[in-house]
Ligand binder design. Structure first.
Ligand code: ATP
Ligand code: MG
Length: 422
């Protein structure tokens, strides 16, 4: 075996985030956080690891996540744990664990990494980032409309609302859905020979999920299957009518998609997805719905909820460059004897927004100066032996090649003035 170390890589589907990509994530999170706080949602950070039952019990045995995507492991204490694959069930768990039901308002948002072992491709990773929000405890169309409103507002604020469409459906209540599933099953049994293997498995366990298939032959069949709205009872129909009327009232554009079912068992009534116009399976950037039985499934009291989650990577793919170059200056002395004086100067300096200060500690004076230029510094602060006797520093403007001195005591004022003029 070769003694040379193999180049070491990150785990497949898990990326180092840096540069423009990281900047986009931070930009998106910042706008999302600001908006949520404005609308009185409270931030919550749940652990990255949860008991496996949290997801097994709520997402459904046949969901993509539970059937094949969860990173699960048994720890040294024989606890069966998973890296969280999604936020909603974890938040419902937190709602129960912390007795949030007592609170007057139960609106939460989160930002963080999720883990799913799927086939990595553009917009599909094994560790990815989501932000999302959940509104617990109010079973009223106004809550559904509010969470959609925040989503719409967010997508407008980051400038991509016009490039995506909102698709809407209702899964109805339990009674309507049961009738629908029965008719759907009969329909798909007749088409058995043309369904994908995956859909056949779903036909056995959860036929509704066939509508979620990404297989192109399945999609042809799905086009002709019965639609859920013909099975709505009065409650289901009224709720859905309330949502569509409300969206029209709010001027939020949407399209009905009768085969939108969402991949998880806990949803009922409202289901929605924001999608780009690209024809690929990773075109959903934000998705959510109502989940009135989730809290109960996890062992809590009856408690309703509605919310959504968005994939930060997928939104970032649709974002034009957002990074703004920071202004850079370099600081150094003309002799290594004064390096500690320079370090003390930057130690005492209060950070200034939009300014980056780059301390250079090696090379001769000429080299430092040329590196400062290459680094795109717009100016240098030079500590030169003679001037330093009076605690004076040299300001060298690299853009118009001018030079002046200023007193150390005035450094902050001086820098602010120079930045103000930029
Ligand atoms: P898909 O149908 O694309 O697999 P999903 O239904 O599994 O999506 P959700 O569980 O609803 O996705 O997650 C909400 C959002 O999170 C998605 O709309 C997407 O933007 C993002 N997302 C989901 N899985 C991934 C992933 N593996 N990598 C990156 N983003 C993801
Ligand atoms: Mg998925």
């Amino acid at each position: 075996k070769s003694k040379v170390l193999q180049k070491i890589n990150s785990v497949k589907g898990m990326k180092d985030l840096f540069g423009e990509e990281l900047f986009k994530h931070q930009y998106l999170s910042q706008i999302f956080r600001k908006l949520c706080i404005f609308y009185n949602y409270e931030e919550i950070a749940t652990p990255l690891v949860e008991h496996i039952q949290i997801f097994n019990r709520s997402l459904g045995e046949t969901s993509d996540i539970v059937s094949k995507e969860m990173y699960n492991f048994t720890d040294q204490g024989d606890d069966h744990l998973v890296l969280r694959p999604e936020g909603t069930a974890a938040l419902a768990r937190a709602y129960i664990s912390n007795n949030f039901k007592q609170k007057l308002i139960n609106k939460y948002f989160y930002i963080g990494s999720m883990f799913r072992r799927e086939r990595p491709q553009s917009g599909r990773l094994r560790q990815f980032n989501q932000f999302g929000l959940e509104f617990f405890g109010v079973r009223n169309i106004m809550s559904d409309l509010e969470v959609i409103l925040v989503a719409d507002k967010f997508l407008s604020e980051v400038g991509i609302r016009d490039n995506i469409r909102l698709e809407l459906n209702s899964l109805g209540n339990k009674e309507s859905r049961e009738k629908y599933v029965k008719s759907l099953t009969e329909f798909f049994i007749k088409k058995k020979n043309h369904l994908s293997e995956e859909s056949l498995r779903r036909l056995d366990k959860n036929p509704l999920r066939i509508l979620d298939s990404k297989n192109s032959e399945d999609l042809q069949i799905i086009k002709e299957c019965p639609k859920i709205n013909s099975f709505f009872d009065k409650e289901s129909r009224d709720f859905f009518d309330g949502i569509t009327t409300g969206l029209n009232q709010l001027g939020i554009k949407f399209e009905l998609n009768p085969s939108l079912v969402r991949g998880l068992d806990y949803y009922n009534h409202t289901a929605f997805e924001y999608k780009t116009f690209e024809e690929k399976s990773q075109n959903t950037i934000l998705a959510g719905g109502r989940y009135d039985s989730l809290v109960k499934m996890l062992g809590g009291d009856e408690s309703t909820g509605v919310g959504w989650a968005a994939g930060i990577e997928r939104i970032a793919l649709n974002l034009v460059s957002k990074s703004k170059e920071k202004l850079k200056i370099s600081i150094f002395s003309n002799s290594p004897h004064f390096d500690f004086d320079v370090m003390n100067i930057i130690k005492n300096l209060k950070p200034i927004e939009n300014l980056q200060i780059n301390f250079m500690n090696s090379g001769n004076f000429k080299k430092k100066l040329s590196r400062a230029n290459k680094l795109d510094s717009f100016a240098c602060i030079i500590l030169a032996e003679d001037e330093w006797k009076q605690k004076q520093l040299i300001w060298k403007d690299l853009i118009n090649n001018s030079q002046e001195t200023f007193h150390l005591e005035k450094i902050e004022e001086f820098l602010n003035y120079k930045l103000y003029k930029k």
